[in-house]
Design a protein around this ligand. Structure first.
Ligand SMILES: [Zn+2]
Length: 303
C-alpha cells in the first residue's frame, strides 16, 4: 500500500512538469510565431518604403532633368533673340515659301495678345505640342505683358506687328514704319523683362504688298532692311479678319489657300473677338498632322 503511494506521486509531478513544459513550449512557439510575423511584416513595409523612395527619387530626377532641359531651351532662345539675324537666316526667312521635301507649316497669329483668345490658343498649342509665331501689336503687349511672357516661355516666337495698326500713320513715311516697329519692340522687351530682346521680324499690317499704300510699303520695306529688320507675309489664310463668320468657312479658306503647298505660312488672328479662330484651330491642327505637316516657327530657321 505504502509502495503504491510512493510510485504514484512522482508520476503526477512528472505530468504537471510536462504540462508546464508543454504550456511553456506552446507559449514560446506562439511568441516566436508572433515575432516572426512581425519581423516579416516590418521587412515587407521596409521594402515597400524603399521601393517608394526609389520611385520618388527617379521621379524627382526626371522632373529636374525636364526643368533643366526647359531652362536650357529658354536660354538658347534668349541667345537667339539677342543678336542680329545672320545673312543666312535672313535668306531662310525670305525664302520661307520655297517648296520643301518635307511638308512644313508655320502657324502665325497677328493683332494679339488678347486676354480672351490668346490664352486659349496657348493652351491648345501646349496640348498639341505645337510652336507658333505671334506678330504682336505694341498696344496689346503693353496691356497683356504676362501673356507675351507666357508665349515666349512656352517656345513661341514673339514678332512685331507695329503699334497702332493705323495704315495712315504706319505708312506715312519709312521713318514712321520704323518708329512703329521700335515702339512695339520696346513694349515686347519690357513684357519679357529682357532689354536685349530683338525680334527683327515685322509683319506689315495689311501685308507688305498691295493696297492703297503699296508704294509706301516698298520704301518702308527697304528702310527696315537697312536697319536689320526683315518682314514676313503669308501664303495661306483663314480670312478670319475679313468677314468669314463660321469655323467651317475659316477652315475651308485655309484648305483652299493651302492647296498643295509644301511650305505653308498661315495667317490667323488672336485679337479679342477671334474666338472662332480658336474653335477652327482645334480642328486645323489635327487636320494638318493627319496630312503629314510638321509644325515649325521662326526659331527653327535660326542657328
Ligand atoms: Zn493686323
Amino acid at each position: 500500500m505504502y509502495d503504491i503511494i510512493i510510485t504514484r506521486k512522482p508520476n503526477k509531478n512528472k505530468i504537471i512538469v510536462l504540462i508546464i513544459l508543454l504550456i511553456l513550449l506552446v507559449f514560446l512557439a506562439t511568441i516566436s510565431g508572433i515575432k516572426l510575423a512581425d519581423y516579416n511584416k516590418t521587412k515587407k513595409i521596409a521594402e515597400e518604403y524603399k521601393k517608394q523612395q526609389e520611385k520618388i527619387n527617379l521621379e524627382e530626377l526626371e522632373k529636374k532633368k525636364q526643368e533643366e532641359k526647359k531652362r536650357a531651351e529658354i536660354q538658347k532662345r534668349i541667345e537667339q533673340t539677342s543678336r542680329p539675324f545672320s545673312e543666312e537666316e535672313k535668306d531662310k526667312i525670305a525664302h520661307i515659301y520655297r517648296s520643301t521635301e518635307e511638308k512644313i507649316v508655320f502657324l502665325t497669329f497677328d493683332d494679339g495678345p488678347s486676354k480672351t483668345v490668346t490664352p486659349l490658343i496657348l493652351d491648345l498649342l501646349k496640348q498639341e505640342d505645337v510652336k507658333a509665331t505671334f506678330f504682336t501689336l505694341g498696344n496689346n503687349v503693353k496691356n497683356n505683358p504676362d501673356i507675351v511672357k507666357r508665349a515666349f516661355d512656352e517656345g513661341h516666337y514673339i514678332a512685331n506687328h507695329g503699334y497702332s495698326h493705323k495704315y495712315s500713320d504706319i505708312y506715312s513715311s519709312p521713318e514712321a514704319t520704323l518708329n512703329e516697329y521700335n515702339v512695339a519692340e520696346q513694349a515686347i522687351k519690357d513684357a519679357l523683362g529682357n532689354q536685349n530682346y530683338t525680334s527683327r521680324l515685322f509683319r506689315f499690317p495689311g501685308g507688305s504688298n498691295g493696297g492703297y499704300y503699296h508704294d509706301a510699303k516698298q520704301s518702308s520695306k527697304a528702310f527696315l532692311r537697312e536697319n536689320g529688320i526683315v518682314h514676313l507675309d503669308w501664303n495661306c489664310l483663314s480670312s478670319d479678319a475679313a468677314g468669314a463668320n463660321t469655323k467651317e468657312t475659316l477652315m475651308q479658306n485655309v484648305i483652299d489657300t493651302m492647296g498643295e503647298k509644301s511650305s505653308v505660312v498661315i495667317l490667323m488672328h488672336d485679337a479679342s473677338d477671334k474666338i472662332l479662330t480658336y474653335e477652327m484651330l482645334k480642328e486645323l491642327i489635327p487636320y494638318l498632322k493627319e496630312k503629314g505637316y510638321k509644325f515649325k516657327n521662326i526659331y527653327d530657321l535660326l542657328d
